[in-house]
Design a protein around this ligand. Structure first.
Ligand code: URA
Length: 232
């Protein structure tokens, strides 16, 4: 009887020890996950893999919830983002905030990043000129892709929404116009093999130029919200 009790006590102690250990390792994993995103940010901030790294003021890594269910991917930083080091802070960004709000999301609950992390300029010799933004080229997109892939691996979102044709083409490797592919779910595979469902939609800047596109983006956002609710 005493032996059985002793055995039981030592088993209980062992169980307690293992539970404590597993809690601790889970906790460490979560810490590492965030730490690694921070480390990746530092790496991006000192990146010189393409000429954009030489002309940027600030690298624009990304903002939001490091465990977000949805990741929004834009084209690349513009004039204001280059100065603030944060994506989508100009007029297009204000509209993106409203789009997120329309389906109960926010800058704090999703993660927002760009295809390239540094400001592509038409003329890097005049960084203070306005209207100097241009889309990133293929070499710049390819140089930055490992950073985007690692962000996706670390954040592990259930869904990616690409904003506009540059991000959509960069991630889907196709040449179809955004008007044909928007609203249709696709898949994106990172270099490490993680597969994430991807929904292309219009870039908020396109909505500023053509407000008629707003109803299509609204349809896409309702589509996203319904997929999020299925998983909730
Ligand atoms: N447009 C983008 O695609 N990304 C930004 O961060 C800002 C504007």
């Amino acid at each position: 009887m005493t032996d059985a009790r002793t055995e039981f006590t030592s088993l209980a102690k062992e169980l307690k020890r293992r539970v404590a250990l597993s809690d601790e390792s889970d906790w460490n994993m979560k810490e590492n996950r965030q730490g690694t995103l921070e480390e990746l940010k530092l790496e991006v901030e000192s990146c010189r893999k393409c000429p954009l790294g030489l002309s940027r003021i600030k690298a624009v890594f990304g903002v939001g919830n490091p465990k977000a269910k949805v990741m929004f991917v834009g084209e690349g930083p513009g004039y204001s983002e280059d100065r603030k080091g944060e994506p989508f802070v100009g007029r297009a960004g204000q509209l993106l905030d409203k789009i997120l709000e329309s389906i109960g999301l926010s800058r704090q609950t999703v993660y927002i990043a760009n295809t390239v992390k540094c400001h592509p300029m038409k003329n890097p010799a005049t960084p203070d000129a306005r209207s100097n933004d241009r889309p990133p080229d293929e070499t710049e997109i390819n140089a930055c892709r490992p950073y985007l892939d690692q962000q996706i691996d670390l954040i592990s979102p259930a869904f990616i929404v690409t904003l506009g044709s540059v991000a959509t083409k960069a991630m889907l490797h196709n040449e179809e116009p955004i008007s044909k592919v928007r609203g249709i779910w696709r898949e994106y595979a990172t270099a490490s093999g993680r597969v994430v469902r991807l929904l292309p939609t219009f870039h908020p800047a396109a909505l500023l130029r053509n407000p008629d596109l707003k109803k299509l983006v609204w349809m896409d956002m309702k589509n996203l919200r319904s997929e999020l609710e299925k998983g909730a």
